[in-house]
Design a protein around this ligand. Structure first.
Ligand code: HEM
Length: 451
């Protein structure tokens, strides 16, 4: 699908990247297992980002949401991909951000160019991609070459023991295992790192920009910001100011605010896009045959806004999922600061369509207990399903979602603990761009450092 949609043989600058997606194996096998070791480094990067881009002034000042989120997540993502100090190098980051933007532009243009003329015009269209790749590669290639040399000089040692714990090292390990010698070149490892940057930066920026806009344009009386601030304050206190995977798992309200924003405002309009590659086509259980080379997709936006699935589907209800999770775990009696505005019967505080809310008062035990825990987990942001497709669904669902959600929750924790932010009133209009819905990139907010 990426070969059509992203014109990836051209835009990713090497056709091997999609034909043999080693970087996806790296994400699936390493990133998830090692997530916990990145909570502190990512928080450290966020501290520096907030300092650099939001500042420490205790006077109200204006910041552009999109621009700051783009800078934050280019840096936090690269803290995991390439580590310090490269993740703060402006020339490298600029190359990564522009390379990512160019992929989308170039793929759009290439999709209008017929096959036979592509070998001529294609090189012109992707010239900016090469330019931005070269800019980032100037800094990235020496790092990869240094590490590859170290591995070659120490053949008896496990590369993970002698190299830093990050995406580039995991990619080197994966490349060493590959039977294809081309994989062991610094050029291909660099292109895979840039491709992963493309998959990570704009997706996380779009999602976090929407989250801030949705929260800050909600009715202040509903107290969403207070509810989230009290949650992170309590977790921060219990954990003595240090952030770990388990501390993040406790952020069920923030997680709910995120999942709800992805549901209401998420940029993926058509989810789970697949192309039929079997020559005989695919026959569905009802007998319908979908012929070879057709593209199938699921209407994610319509499903996310379907009244039969979600009560008040166009309303941003930040605590929609955490209320259901609280009810499932029997914690719905907890009183949280800032929730006063949410009362039963008003804007769906208790979702009457959820079986969980009906059973909330029953003591949960044994199998039922386990079922409730699992049902609760299914309402977390990383959990995909036929009614939640912002990360796709199924075997090919987004492998980077665990990291993305971790980064966004850490960003929210730091922001809520350290900044006061003003509500913005009416939600700035979303823009429809082809098959994407994007937030207003000019939206600004007033912030000040808590004194
Ligand atoms: C909030 C942020 C993100 C969103 C909304 C998002 C969304 C998606 C979606 C919708 C897909 C297609 C899934 C499908 O076809 O079923 C996808 C695929 C993918 N994502 Fe993400 N993503 C995000 C962050 C990330 C990050 C941080 C990484 C890397 C660290 C990443 C790496 C990938 C890769 C490699 C694929 C291709 C998987 C494949 O084709 O097997 N994503 N993402």
């Amino acid at each position: 699908m990426h070969r059509d949609g992203l014109q990836s043989d051209w835009t990713l600058l090497n056709e091997n990247i999609v034909k043999s997606p080693l970087h996806e194996n790296v994400i699936r096998s390493n990133m998830v297992r090692k997530l916990d070791s990145f909570t502190e480094p990512v928080m450290d990067e966020l501290r520096a980002c907030f300092e650099d881009y939001w500042g420490s002034s205790t006077e109200w000042h204006e910041v552009n949401i999109w621009n700051s989120m783009l800078k934050f997540f280019a840096r936090t993502s690269n803290r995991m991909f390439v580590g310090l100090p490269l993740c703060r190098n402006e020339e490298f980051l600029d190359g990564c951000r522009r390379f990512a933007t160019d992929i989308l532009l170039a793929s759009l243009i290439l999709s209008f160019i017929t096959k036979w003329i592509k070998p001529v015009l294609g090189y012109l269209v992707i010239a900016p991609n090469w330019w931005h790749y070269r800019k980032a590669a100037k800094r990235l290639l020496p790092l990869i070459e240094f590490r590859l040399d170290k591995v070659r000089q120490n053949p008896e040692k496990d590369p993970s023991d002698i190299l830093p714990n990050d995406f580039v090292t995991w990619s080197i390990v994966e490349a060493m295992r590959s039977t294809d010698p081309r994989e062991r070149t610094s050029e291909l490892i660099a292109k895979r790192t840039m491709t992963t940057n493309f998959a990570a930066i704009h997706t996380t920026t779009l999602t976090s920009t929407n989250l801030l806009i949705d929260l800050l344009s909600s009715d202040q009386k509903l107290g969403f910001m207070d509810a989230l601030t009290s949650e992170v304050g309590a977790i921060d206190q219990t954990n003595g100011g240090s952030w770990s995977k388990s501390a993040l798992a406790e952020m069920t309200r923030t997680d709910s605010a995120l999942r709800e924003s992805m549901r209401v405002s998420g940029f993926v309009v058509f989810g789970v896009q697949r192309k039929v590659v079997a020559k005989e086509g695919v026959t569905l259980p009802d007998g319908t045959n979908i012929p070879y080379s057709n593209i199938i997709t699921v209407p994610a936006w319509s499903t996310h806004h379907d009244e039969a699935v979600y009560e008040h589907p166009f309303q941003y209800d930040a605590l929609r999922f955490s209320r259901q999770r609280d009810a499932l775990s029997g914690e719905n009696q907890k009183v949280h600061v800032g929730e006063e505005g949410l009362v039963e019967g008003e804007q769906g505080y208790v979702d009457p369509k959820t079986p969980a809310s009906r059973e909330a008062d029953e003591p949960a035990r044994n199998d039922k207990d386990l079922a409730k825990i699992l049902e609760g987990k299914n309402m977390s942001s990383v959990s995909t399903g036929s009614h939640f497709m912002q990360f796709g669904h199924g075997k090919l669902s987004c492998p980077g979602r665990f990291f993305a959600v971790q980064e966004i929750k850490l960003m929210m924790a730091y922001m809520l603990l350290n900044y006061d932010i003003k509500y913005i009133g009416t939600r700035p209009e979303r823009k429809w761009m082809g098959t994407l819905v994007v937030p207003d990139t000019s939206a600004t907010i007033l912030v000040k450092r808590k004194s």
